[in-house]
Design a binder for this molecule. Structure first.
Ligand SMILES: C[S@@+](CC[C@H](N)C(=O)[O-])C[C@H]1O[C@@H](n2cnc3c(N)ncnc32)[C@H](O)[C@@H]1O
Length: 293
């Protein structure tokens, strides 16, 4: 096993933090070794020092890209934390439809930030197809799905998944929207694929490049990897990019805290941007506490 010194770990930790916001605390040292060890061996680096030197010297962006692909945790599956999806179909969609009808608009904007290999935004697309049925085409209702990992996005775009990833998919939905490739592999139908637009986007970018605010932002199991100031920044930016009354959904184990004026707490992991700014007394704090998944 190639050992990693404090200096080498420090170099990797700084590069990752500066470029992704991911906070590799001391406990993540063995994760870093585990994720990079085989790569170093295969690429014939004799030590972490030579790898760090390459990272620092590379001007093409390729070394950083490879590092991001290896360090990010892209674990996800269809219908993960399904209570949020139940809330999406039973509350958010009816609420947003009523509102859009009043506004004489058909433009429903959903953003899945930190979508990993695509199971979460595809689940949202399936839910919308089921919800609207044959009225779907009357709505402009796809999902924007973004992630920093280009490797995860490639898999998302291929839309080919193992049976394990589909373990929570109801059988009726599986029959309707998936085609069997072989005994262990399934591919999503075009009907679902075309409803999700995948883009690479880094959540720590200063500027969010969106023209219009979203009705709902899912960002589940992503900010658990960031430190407090980074989460705070992103949560504020999400607020700027939500319509009044729009929802921010983080994972069940993440909480935005309880006494500040950006969001109204709805249920575990679900927050609403108020129609009007809340007073400190009844609103939600971004003094966030985050559990791990
Ligand atoms: C554990 S996955 C969460 C997937 C999905 N949201 C879910 O809950 O099942 C976390 C994702 O966050 C992405 N991520 C981490 N840092 C990011 C950043 N700075 N910008 C965008 N995505 C990031 C990772 O690449 C990874 O795919």
């Amino acid at each position: 096993m190639i050992a990693i010194s404090d200096r080498e770990f420090g170099v990797i930790r700084n590069i990752v933090y500066k470029n992704t916001g991911i906070n590799l605390t001391e406990e993540k040292r063995s994760l870093v070794i585990g994720r990079l060890y085989r790569y170093l061996k295969e690429s014939r680096y004799d030590s972490f020092t030579s790898y760090c030197n390459h990272l620092l010297e590379d001007r093409t962006g390729k070394a950083l890209n490879d590092l991001v692909n290896r360090i990010t945790t892209n674990f996800t599956y269809f219908y993960r934390e399904s209570r949020h999806f139940d809330f999406f179909t039973s509350n958010i969609l009816p609420e947003m439809i009523t509102r859009l009808k009043n506004e004489q608009s058909n433009d429903l904007r959903i953003w899945c930030a930190g979508c990993a290999t695509g199971e979460e935004p595809y689940t949202l697309a399936i839910l919308m197809l089921e919800f609207f049925g044959n009225r779907y085409s009357a709505w402009d209702a796809g999902v924007l799905a973004t992630d920093i990992s280009e490797k995860a996005l490639r898999k998302a775009i291929s839309a080919i998944y193992s049976s394990d990833s589909l373990r929570k998919v109801p059988s009726m939905i599986k029959r309707k929207y998936f085609r069997k490739v072989d005994d262990r592999t399934w591919q999503l139908t075009e009907e679902v694929k075309k409803e999700v637009l995948f883009r690479r986007f880094n959540l720590i970018n200063n500027r969010f490049p969106f023209k219009k605010p979203f009705h709902t932002i899912f960002c589940r199991n992503v900010m658990i990897y960031f430190d407090h100031p980074t989460r705070l920044e992103i949560i504020k930016k999400f607020h700027d990019f939500l319509v009044p009354g729009g929802y921010l959904i983080v994972s069940h184990s993440e909480s935005l805290g309880r006494s500040q004026d950006l969001y109204r707490y709805v249920m575990p992991g679900v927050y609403q941007k108020p129609w009007r700014r809340l007073s400190t007394a009844n609103s939600v704090q971004t003094g966030i506490t985050f559990g791990t998944d």
